[in-house]
Design a protein. Sequence first.
Length: 277
Amino acid sequence: MKVALVQLTSTPDPQANLLACEAYVIEAVECGAKFILTPEVSNCIAASKATLSDVLHFEQNDPFLARMKALAETHEVSILIGSLGVKSEAVEGKFANRSFLIDQMGKVVAKYDKIHMFDVDISETESYQESATYERGTKAVLAKTDFGVVGLSVCYDVRFPHLYRTLAQAGAEILTVPAAFAQTTGQAHWHALLRARAIENGAYILAPAQTGLHYTKDGKERRTYGHSLVVSPWGEVLVDAGVEPGVTCFDIDLGEVSKARSRVASLTQSSVFEGPQ
């Protein structure tokens, strides 16, 4: 099956981001992809909660989601919107970082709210408090499609292996990790974390990423690492999209999942143990 990873440099302007993403989706269709994936917060990366309040929508009114559904139906492809920032239905004034899986008929067949919030202090000049803006999800999500079983996640989730083991033990053959990974942590950890999740679970990792400079505010820049990856169930990096926005297409063979799991059957070898005293 041919998959396509869309690598974006999203800005605070959702309409401009939609036009860029749409062009890349059409390019992916032209390369023959049947499963097209976009990065985390494809619709908007902004510096302030006030900006998000002005430009984001509730899911049912979101134009980015509506357009991706239409493209999926028109071109008979499946699309994973890595995530959209949408207004939270549960908590007034906050947002959800929500991933959407759309089938070939333009129907949303699965959606997942990012569970693990990026609340970190990387250095004295670089810190993030995602939970101040976004409401965390509480439920792991698996989708059975006509091309395979997909386990959904978003970005910072990748640092929490138990989520992926849960998805793989429930049947996931493909683990999606759309991201807007910070430049600093990306350089140090991105490849290692994704390879580890693939190896531990004997599953394909499909990780479309944001890249480059998104905005500058008060002398501070928001940059992401890029390097959208396809990682095999054996842990090999099959695709690395580098740092430029664009589309990368690649054929995957889900038969490799069963091969990897038969060679190292760690998913079926869970031991109960007591914690340290």
